[in-house]
Design a binder for this molecule. Sequence first.
Ligand code: ZN
Length: 307
Amino acid sequence: MSLNEILGHKKQIEQLKNAVKNNRVPHAYLFSGPDGIGKKKIAEEFIKFLNCADQDRVNILSCEKCNSCLRIQNENQPDYFYITDQDGSIKIEQVRNLASSLSFKNVITKYKCVIINNCELITAEGANSLLKIIEEPGENVMFFLITSNENRVLPTIRSRAQKINFQQLSPIELKELGEKNNLFSENMDFLIEFSQGSFGKLSSLVSDNDFLEELQEFRSIFREVKEKPLFQVMHQGKIFEKDKKKLLRFLDFYIYTLEKSLFNYSKETINSSINEIIKAQEMLVRNINPRFVAEMVLIKTKLLLKG
Ligand SMILES: [Zn+2]
């Protein structure tokens, strides 16, 4: 695998390659765009290239054979660090551990590279500590901050990184990626449409046997929101009791269905309802009780959708 084999994101990959060609690789990037479209993969491939002992700088290709390339492929490269949220946030201990690892000399490669996934979920304390490292990163340290929610990234962090915006994949790209990765489903066309450009979402749905069954249930909840009285709608919250994953899937379905119901409601109504659903998704990230979140979002959207 190399940067050239990545499907889609041509413009963004070109931007990375040009930075190398012009000797202007910044010490921090912010990769922003929807979940599950390959931002982390691209960061990893770029890191592989930067640290390759036998790199092709004309075509920006890594050799795939040197010690560093092989170690990155096996996720066993001592100069590469990956941080992501634990229980809904990135904590100061994680940043402190990173700082101490970065203070050692590089083990085998030129660059020490750090990926911080879901960087908008860093705590205020963690962010302060991270800022210090980003401001004085030491020689040859590079950061890749990854987010699907750029507005929630602290401006102090945002302003220190060069931003690259990624877009969702097209249905054709998703289809091709699905075939490359041996994903099969009888309902592939629907799943591709429902995944809205996210390969991560597509691959988890294809292997999720419960999903198509759930879909019937989700459709009937949506009908109830439109037709039934408030108390009955609210009652549906109980099916998400302790099932955060199912509620997340329902909320995705809810947004998808609302976007497709434009002819039934005004644009304002749809947008306000979607905003309530996004708030609910954020509450789940913060580990708020799923049943409570479900009840809240059903009540709020019911009130909006009744007009
Ligand atoms: Zn190599």
